[in-house]
Design a protein around this ligand. Sequence first.
Ligand SMILES: O=C(O)CCC(=O)C(=O)O
Length: 277
Amino acid sequence: MVRTTPLFEPFAESDLLCGAELHERFARDGYLFVRGALKVEPLLRARKELTDVLVAAGLAIESEDGPIWTGADPSGFDRLLMYGPQAELHYLDQAEAAEIIECLWGAKPLIWRRVGIFLSFPNEDVSDIFPHRDRIVFTDDAKHYATLWVPLTRIGLQDGGLGIAKGSHRSSVRTVENAARPAQHVNRPTLKYEDITEPWCSSPFSPGDALFFHGRAIHTVTSNAGPRIRIAFALRCQHADHSPTPMYDLSLPEFSRRMSAFHALAEVASRRARERS
Ligand SMILES: O=C(O)CCC(=O)C(=O)O
């Protein structure tokens, strides 16, 4: 089953020059969308690296406009393979990314090492995944955290586009734990569309565009109805003057391993507690 998505208003577009006005907009809407904020060349190089992995797995053929799906079943594909032999991807020049984020946020960021890479295959069912708030913060208040989401392919509204519920970072709507989530979406408690009253916003994306959103902003993605595999990545960051969240300096594969070990230990502890009682 492929879920229907809400109607989207276009994103308000921002530029990197509006200073205090930008920060007020971010505080009000919980997101900033900037077209052409990033240099395209490194992004296309990153896309090529990731496409090579998909081609080797028989899932894609290369095209000038991004990977085209071969029709092979992606369900057994280990998405951690996307993190490559170097296991740590710096698709954006860190200094450039930090400068852009500081401009958008009005505060110096500490960018986490853990980059999230998100694939969306044509007609993949995303209904159990979205909408959601990120569980990027384990111990602290989400207002100190944000995400820079970066498309690596051209993404139309119905090709796996990302939408934000405008102003939802200020809402107290409750999230529901969802244990059955695919590896790329661990730690994302879900919400129901009907519980969200804020207007949904999105726009078509191209490589070079950047979407910056608040740690509590509710977001979603559309099912991908196009022929291409949609690829995006996300940089997580926090205010630099805020104490670093645990595991901020782990790559995503390391983070996943630690989380699996953590869940396994928690499972053993709860089994022992059950046996004792
Ligand atoms: O791009 C995606 O598929 C999901 C991105 C997302 O949920 C996030 O960056 O938190």
